[in-house]
Design a protein around this ligand. Sequence first.
Ligand code: FES
Ligand code: FES
Length: 910
Amino acid sequence: MTEINFLLNGKETVVDVEPIRPLAHILRDDLGFTGTKIGCDAGDCGACTVSLNGQSVCSCLTPIAQAKGSEIITVEGLSHNNSLNDLQEAFHLFGAAQCGICTPGMLMAASDLLKHNDDPSEEEIYDALGGVLCRCTGYRKIVEAIMHIGDTTDANIEVPAVGEAVGSRAAKVDGRQKIDGTELYGADQAPADALWLRAVRSPYWRATFTLGDFSPLKTKYSGLVDILTAEDVTGINGFGIYPEIKDQPVLAEGFVRYRGEAVIALIGDAETIAAIRDDEIPISWQAEEPVQGFGPPVAEKAAQLHDNYPGNILAKGTTLKGDTAKGFTESTVVFEESFVTGFVEHGYIEPEAGWAQRVGDRIEVTVTTQSPYMDRDEVAIIMGLEPEDVRIIPTACGGGFGGKLDQTVQPLVALAAWKLNRPVRCTFNRIESMAATTKRHPSQITARYGCTDWGKLQAYEFNGDFNTGAYVSWGLTVKDRVPIHATGPYFVPNVSAKSRAFFANEPPAGAFRGFGVPQAAIAHDSLMDQMAERTGIDPLEFRYINAIRKGQETATGQKLESAGLDQCLDALRGDWKAWRAEAENYNASHTIKRRGVGIGCMWYGCGNTSIANPSTMHLGLGADGNVTLYSGAQDIGQGTNTTMMQAAADGLGIQLNQLNLVWGDTDLTADAGKSSASRQAYVSGNAVKMAGEDLRGQILRLANVGKNASIKFRPGKLIVQEQDTLSEIDLSTLPIAENGEVLRGEGYFDPPTEPLNENGQGKPYGTYGFAAQIADVEVDMELGTVKVLRIAAAHDVGQSLNPQQVEGQIHGGVAQGLGFALMEEYIPGRTENLHDYLIPTIGDIPEIKTHIIEDPEPTGPWGAKGIGEPALCATAPAIFGGIYQATGVRVKQAPCTPDRLRAAILYNDA
Ligand code: FES
Ligand code: FES
């Protein structure tokens, strides 16, 4: 141990520590400065960036000895007297923080830049922030914020008046704590006496194993308090998102189905459980030949993963409409193609983390999550408790994108805390996070589209295989959602769309922004381009001719009440023509670097497929006159806390900034369902609106006035005005509930869906979002590299609850779509870190022009539909269309990496 002194945010600080420990760990674990985040602990993500003697450094790579006598500034040191500085204020007002986990690193890197350059160009910002990864924002609003320091009027942030919150650019209600370093995420909190837990995971893709005698290990390591095995699971040793399928063990029982599967869990002090090597642990392995990829798992006599799924087939999905044989006969233009996509990693910057404690006969789990109520029910089943005996307290969530829906740390820390009656915490390291958790489904698709000479679609046939990995996770959802969406957002009279989800000895594939729709979009829009070319119709106009419109029926026979694709295409037409012409002109005089502009379209059903997925919301009026929204809709960075508050404010008729918010805690909020499937704006937005209207109705009835009366909320009283008549309600005269409330409004909404029949006919979703995007790309013909120069994105969201949040979702979705198209491929066992697995950096993201189209959904709150997933789905097809115009190569495999594209340019086959 060595005594090391330094100036930390202006204060003399001394620590007595091992000199090689990383600065990030000292700041967080020893000094409580948790504003500095750890996303990778390996120098790849930049979340841990701090200022050391005026220079930005990755504090996870900086030994504390290097800090001796230095001056350190962390994000907590940027604010003065609890006021954000100008940079932070700009971040807040421009919506530069979504989940906020990267924000401290971004702010520190930007502060460093601004010290030397108070008026940086975009290029200079890219250079300075190039080492800090953000998975949510698409970086555009970060750049805007830095370029507008001190003059934030362009952010157009509004403080909405009563009745005008919905549709306003209100700033995030929880934005400031994401910017000043005080927001607490999964790894930022736990009692000081909490034990640490580390799962020991399978090094084999497929193996049987036996556990030996643990006593020598316990004797050797006095800091090892306990070892959990499958025998310690007090309820059912299985989890899974469907109520009837709990196939994934919390801790494996004698057999593992993928590398990274949890086998046992070590519990003890942090140093001890980190020090124990896996090869010291008495586990005897017998490896077996795994079945992997697309062919082997479904081959005859392939080794089975699960006894109850013969042939390794999880399930098949079907959508049949009309007569495809007849449709193809009537088609004069027919194209057929096959497409392949790989595993994609969510790459949220916050790894899975949380802690649990036993409170009497209840267990409380504080965790980063997308689905508090699903966590509650899963933990209850695993522990053999009633759901009411489990409390989930969500932390701020540092990105999810579908990857924080399944169970990760929750059951492990809950079982350990219950058994030991001590708080237990766990944080996955980056490698563990990437190896153990779900991915986007790899796909292999063959599709055939037919149209007439004049470009009218006649028939579509689709067959898609989706690798769901070792366990079911969201495989059933993907196999259903894909055939429903397979045609793309077009009216097609004859459809045969079939999907198959199969098991393999690979990581479980689960939910990831789109549930299979992004993979299907690559297929349908490539074929749309080919038919457009053959018929001599412009690709945008070809889509316009065929865009499904209000009143038309989808492939499942659902009549649409809202469908704004044609309006999206109208919005893009001007740029499309101009950009295409510019690319053609450019190509006329360039051979090595060539340009191209492509278009992609998508649609997306908001909410779960053909099953109930309700949301319940409450709005409470306290005797003190305070109004509180109790929202169980988890904010994973998409801004749900803010949009729900906006909906509550207008539903009730109160000013937004007069409302309080309690979110997430399952003891305090009702079940709003999962933050997934682009459902919260539509489903929970409705529930909040209804809760506001319910509370408002109760107040108006108390005052005995009509529905147009206004209400003013004052300390301890309400003032109700109807025309010239004022009345006052003294809240202390009303019966007061235990929680201090005098009135409570409730809203409940379940989207109007119907089950699908055996041909996939029915009404799977309450509504659909639509989008079209165009991408201008530059291809280096000799290197095969693709640079996306600009993107324009038009999205029909029904009604934008908050345009700034919608823009943020579009930017972030485009960035993830760009990664999916050009660089992201998770290769199990090989790309388990953010060094080898590439996600877009600030320099990869071009200018993104957004068009918000509002074709109102009659069943939506104020007409609103979802945006989270639609934002991503059209980007890859648009980029691939651009690559075609530039090179003449039709891309058939995602990602289109430089080696693949270069080979395709040489051999004309991607
Ligand atoms: S945590 Fe230091 S670079 Fe990722
Ligand atoms: S806001 Fe950047 S990672 Fe979430």
